[in-house]
Design a protein around this ligand. Sequence first.
Ligand SMILES: Cc1cc2nc3c(=O)[nH]c(=O)nc-3n(C[C@H](O)[C@H](O)[C@H](O)COP(=O)(O)OP(=O)(O)OC[C@H]3O[C@@H](n4cnc5c(N)ncnc54)[C@H](O)[C@@H]3O)c2cc1C
Length: 387
Amino acid sequence: MNFDLTPEQDQLRDAVRALGRRYGHSYFVEKAKSGEHTTELWSEAGRLGYLGVNIPTEYGGGGGGITELALVCEELAAAGCPLLLLVVSPAIAATVINKHGTDEQRKRHLPGLADGTQKIVFAITEPEAGSNFHRLGTVARRDGDDWLLSGRKCYISGVDEAQYVLVVARTEDEASGKLKPALFIVPTDAPGLTRSKLDMEILSPENQFLLYLDDVRLPADALVGESLDAGLPALFAGLNPERITVAAMGAGTGRYAIERASEYTATRKVWGGRSIGSHQGVAHPLAHAAVQVELARLMIHKAATLYDAGRDLEAGISGNMAKYAAGEAAALAVDTAVQALGGAGMTTEYGVATLLGAVRAGRIAPVSREMILNFVAQHVLGQDKSY
Ligand SMILES: Cc1cc2nc3c(=O)[nH]c(=O)nc-3n(C[C@H](O)[C@H](O)[C@H](O)COP(=O)(O)OP(=O)(O)OC[C@H]3O[C@@H](n4cnc5c(N)ncnc54)[C@H](O)[C@@H]3O)c2cc1C
């Protein structure tokens, strides 16, 4: 068992931490409040190679794995910049295309994903299907060599700042009712693809959208992989990286909140000479949250290590557990930090209540805590599926 990072991973962590701190949470909040994106941070992270750490070197990436990408996600979040698009573009899209795309698709997309000049977001959720992906209603039909896509997607993050969206559809002639997914790389400006922004109670520079696909015509090579058989493995390929990196983002956010609160409670004095942090009623909840965040980090490390070792099934269990643990820990840490800061906790200036919406959403997306508990009950505890 090894809990140490390699020297290269250590260097990466330090370098990303320094970059994140140079921008900081106030930058993230200003961008969110002005309706802008974190373009400068994204571009700089791309130029420095941090967005492509998990992409093979032959496509301009760092040749590392999800362990490295999780470090990037965690450190930027720990600096107050939890970038959700790290989870969709380099974690999901780059993994899917690298593992299951054609040579041509790899050449077309991976270099841009690696240096951050290309963003590919991910669209699976639908209004009617919700958590039940077996009910996906977005349909792909053949029209000569082309494909025609029709359907609706919801809560899709970052469509306004991406060049492409990786759309999960199903093939029309699927009579058995079983999910036979197919993934398509769809330009966000494709005729027939329209979007409307959802008003979300999350302070974030990254937005969610409803997507309408109305006979979107795509060339044959928009289908990920050589044939329709690539669909299911391609879809599953994105799940573990998604779970692990979103967990890392949650753990980083938890660390950020606890650090802000600890700095404050160590120096704030309202009862004579003692800091409020000397009162166990203030310190213990923070210490408890710190334990939960650290436990989540341990599981993230395990899941990423298993994933990078090619042990996908075990990584699936650990990745889901890590996502659950980190989602809960992040929400606890931010809420506890707000409480410890008192009135200051609710101000924009102290930068913790600004994360309440994001960490609350982290218990719902990209997979809800209940669906993870279902997964664990079924696959770890051997319980019958109830739904
Ligand atoms: C901020 C944000 C960003 C997102 N970004 C993306 C994105 O980029 N791309 C994308 O495709 N999607 C995205 N989503 C969608 C997200 O993945 C879904 O919201 C999530 O999977 C839950 O689906 P739902 O909202 O339809 O909830 P529903 O499926 O309607 O579920 C509602 C509630 O019921 C519970 N529930 C449902 N079924 C069961 C069951 N069998 N057992 C126990 N409980 C159950 C759920 O856990 C949930 O609490 C995003 C969502 C948010 C909030």
